[in-house]
Design a protein around this ligand. Sequence first.
Ligand SMILES: [Ca+2]
Ligand SMILES: [Ca+2]
Ligand SMILES: [Ca+2]
Length: 185
Amino acid sequence: MSSKVSYGFFVIVFLVVPSMVLGATPGIENIRCPAPGIENIRCSDDNCKGTIGNTIWYDYNRDGIQQDSEPGIENIRVKAEWAGEDGKYNNSDDEEYRTNTNHNGHYLFENMPKGEYRIVVKEEDVAHLIQTYDPTGSSMNNETSLTLDCNDDYTKADFGFTNTEQTLAVTGIHPLAFLKALFIR
Ligand SMILES: [Ca+2]
Ligand SMILES: [Ca+2]
Ligand SMILES: [Ca+2]
């Protein structure tokens, strides 16, 4: 009698325990990783941790490339609008993320889910500038759109800005000197 109970017990332990150890974390489904406060959670492939960035700079010569002489613009507010799981904007599963550029003009959104994004530069932070570059440059509207793959590091959401040619012509000062005087105080 007792030997049958023991045998059954060990069969259950043998079958159940390994499946709990090897399978996904039981009882926790559809959670985004990393999950703050939950240690050692097993993350499935659906829990993506991509990044989006990374530069906003003074494009003095308006060529859409950051030369060594062209510094980043710090403290610019940037927003990432995620279209959510359904990939469509303007409904309940959309989410927004915000950050600022650092002293090098770099910004980075981390631990981002895969999907469709709009990256938007805060208009009032660049209201005194003219946009010269973004990756979807057909419309210089302080924003660009992209598709982030799972765990992808997207580094090309860059924006370039300069000042007006009219202003530079009137001053008669070298553009670089003028812009440095204007922006670097
Ligand atoms: Ca340039
Ligand atoms: Ca949506
Ligand atoms: Ca654009």
